[in-house]
Design a binder for this molecule. Structure first.
Ligand code: AVI
Length: 320
């Protein structure tokens, strides 16, 4: 038996790939980029000299976590949307001195591993992981019911969502945390296009490998026969939508099957695999306000490449 094909396929993955490849503009949701190999490659991307977001956001947190703490006060329950496996979480926790830390993630294994690592680094801190999809309102642990809450959503992950879905997520976060709570969110900014293109199409080819790994995953998990050499990684700046798009472009006419379904693509046709939205100064405010969050303060680096924003969940009010 072919060992690669023994992997049990996720029915949601199959449904998304079959529907996405058959769509008039072929596209596969970006979340499927992150199997084990994809997650390893993304970690590698964050260490590339061309990929500025991770190091810029970390440097901002190192420089301004004291100011953030002064604005939000101590003893908050910090609720992180994502498992907190990055080096950024300890920087915030050290400054805030929280009463509890609640990481929320859909992937239980990942969540438990990173929760254990953080608990070891902060002995005495109540670490209360919640396995859930944070796109919807979540019931937080009763132990933090009375504590003031500070949401944490670093990494500019919000940029991977189209604005309508980003607003849905920010609204769900507000419902989860409650009125009066605060949110520290990382958002990537609009900048010179060559800088953006280098970050998403690095000369070492790590981002290309990350993107092409999706085809490898489809072949392995969904009984596909996509010839990998028929596709190349493309990163393009879509100015109208203010986003970097990742595509897989057919370099020749190609036909293949996935789970028994037949597909054909002409040379130059693409499969759209990811969006990474970039925001201007006013854009980020508008996005947050659309979901009921008012901006308290924004910190940015000297080049204005990345922003960390502190926002507050506003009560609904009459508007003219
Ligand atoms: C996870 N996310 C914030 C990354 C980004 O920059 O949009 C994903 C990524 N894709 C290619 N490089 C990095």
């Amino acid at each position: 038996m072919d060992v690669q094909r023994a992997v049990v396929a996720d029915p949601a993955f199959r449904a998304d790939v079959l529907a996405g490849l058959a769509a008039p503009i072929p596209a596969v949701p970006a979340r499927w980029l992150y199997d084990r190999r994809g997650s390893e490659l993304f970690e590698e991307i964050t260490r590339l000299p061309e990929y500025y977001p991770t190091r810029t956001e970390k440097a901002l947190l190192e420089r301004y976590s004291g100011e953030i703490a002064a604005l939000v006060g101590q003893g908050e329950a910090v609720v992180e949307f994502g498992s907190g496996s990055s080096a950024k979480t300890p920087i915030l926790l050290r400054a805030i001195d929280p009463s509890a830390y609640v990481p929320i993630d859909i992937s239980g294994d990942f969540l438990r591993d990173s929760a254990e690592a953080l608990a070891a680094e902060f002995p005495g801190l109540a670490v209360l992981p919640v396995e859930a999809d944070f796109m919807r309102r979540i019931e937080l642990p009763p132990a933090i019911a009375a504590a003031p809450k500070l949401g944490f959503f670093p990494g500019s992950t919000i940029g991977n969502l189209v604005p309508r879905t980003a607003v849905d997520l920010l609204r769900a976060m507000k419902e989860t945390l409650g009125e009066g709570s605060r949110l520290v969110i990382g958002m990537d900014r609009i900048k010179d296009v060559p800088v953006l293109l280098r970050a998403y199409d690095d000369p070492a080819g790590v981002t290309a490998a990350f993107n092409l790994n999706l085809l490898h995953r489809i072949n392995a998990e969904l009984d596909g026969d996509i010839p990998l050499d028929a596709f190349r990684h493309r990163a393009i700046w879509n100015d109208e939508m203010s986003r970097i798009e990742m595509h897989l472009e057919a370099v020749r006419d190609v036909a293949f099957t996935v789970s028994g379904a037949h597909f054909a693509m002409k040379k130059g046709a693409t499969i759209h695999t990811e969006n990474s939205h970039k925001y201007g100064h006013r854009d980020s405010r508008l996005l947050l306000r659309a979901a009921g969050w008012g901006v308290v303060h924004e910190w940015t680096d000297d080049e204005r490449w990345f922003s960390i924003i502190l926002a507050e969940a506003e009560p609904p009010r009459f508007a003219p």
